[in-house]
Ligand binder design. Structure first.
Ligand code: FES
Length: 352
């Protein structure tokens, strides 16, 4: 496919035909704010936050859904562009709760960032009706505060395009437009599978992980990238760690999964610090399990396996591995069975 060359803020850039102005700007490292755009989702061009000035165009154009063309001359921060973006934020804030101090997304909210960036102090510029939707908290995983929804539609597209579930869509019309499941039911009454991929793309506090609410501010958590332990797919995510404890899971840009996770990966981390979790080995003594140190436990296992192999032969031992181990751990277990014990009796729980 042919390339096109254009000028953005006086800088020349060449991109493949079909690229948007936003793609070209990002290739140059030029910042353009976006609210409804997401590189993993189809572009709908609904928020207008990404407007730019294109020489010769009749009006400002949205950069996320306008194709870059040969010879285009683009300004990303002209006075008209800056004024338009400021007005868009003022309009959004006119019907947006201003409880940033106690909002769980404080410090991690794109609307807040842009309000700061464009010097919009509050929603008082435009006065009008405001929504008073009740907070939806009647499910264990996701808190929905539709008063904070800016109707960017990213959650709708994430549900349809990443999860393939089509649970939520725009309902009602005009000022009453709202994102909701069919018949405006609660999530737990819908066919939602609680993957939380809608939460991962929400640019405001409209959708939040319930586990993280009031547990940690965004700047208090250390994000530790890791691999999900629940199956062999190998999805990556970030553990949110505060004071040495895992308080939540958020998406990263994983090689295998992008930002998509399933309900277990995103919300099933309660076992990590659960009081019933075994944290030391147990050895059965006189019919009772007794806590033991790792050295003692490993020595006992080695001694028993060694004596079984020596007295009854290696094939008297069988090893069952797990899909919840990493590939590396399963590889090591296979080596241990074949090279150390000397048996091919190794199998995997996924075949059960
Ligand atoms: Fe381009 Fe919303 S980001 S229209």
């Amino acid at each position: 496919m042919a390339d096109v060359t254009l000028l953005i803020n006086g800088l020349q850039v060449t991109v493949p035909q079909g690229s948007t102005i936003l793609d070209a700007a990002r290739q140059l490292g030029v910042f353009i704010p976006t609210l409804c755009h997401d590189p993993e989702l189809t572009s709908v061009g609904s928020c207008r936050m990404c407007v730019v000035d294109v020489k010769g165009a009749r009006s400002l154009v949205i950069s996320c859904a306008t194709a870059a063309a040969e010879g285009m001359v683009v300004e990303t921060e002209s006075p008209a562009v800056m004024e338009a973006r400021k007005t868009i934020i003022e309009l959004l804030l006119a019907n947006h709760p201003m409880d940033c101090l106690t909002c769980g997304k404080n410090g991690d909210c794109r609307l807040q960032d842009y309000a700061y960036m464009y010097g919009v102090k509050d929603g008082g510029v435009f006065q009008g009706a405001v929504h008073q939707y009740p907070l939806e908290e009647n499910n264990p995983f996701i808190t929905r505060d539709m008063n904070k929804c800016i109707l960017c539609g990213k959650c709708i597209r994430a549900c349809a395009e990443i999860q393939g579930n089509n649970v939520v869509d725009f309902t009602y019309r005009g000022f009453n437009t709202k994102v909701a499941p069919a018949m405006d039911t609660a999530l737990d009454e819908s066919s939602c599978v609680f993957c939380g991929n809608c939460v991962a793309v929400c640019p405001t506090g409209a959708l939040q992980e319930k586990a993280l609410r009031a547990k940690a501010r965004s700047w208090e958590v250390k994000k530790v990238n890791t691999t999900c332990p629940y199956c062999g797919t190998g999805c990556s995510f970030d553990l949110n760690v505060k004071d040495g404890k895992v308080v939540g899971v958020t998406s990263c840009d994983g090689d295998v999964n992008g930002r998509a996770l399933c309900i277990k990966g995103r919300f099933g981390f309660g076992f990590i610090h659960h009081q019933d979790r075994l944290t030391t080995p147990l050895i059965k003594k006189n019919g009772q399990f007794v806590e033991a140190g790792w050295d003692e436990a490993l020595s006992l296992v080695a001694e028993k396996l060694g004596s079984l192999r020596d007295n009854s032969g290696p094939d008297s031992i069988g090893i069952l591995s797990s899909a919840r181990c990493t590939n590396e751990e399963n590889y090591l277990l296979s080596k241990f069975a074949r090279a150390v014990i000397g048996t091919n009796n190794i199998d995997h729980c996924a075949r059960l």
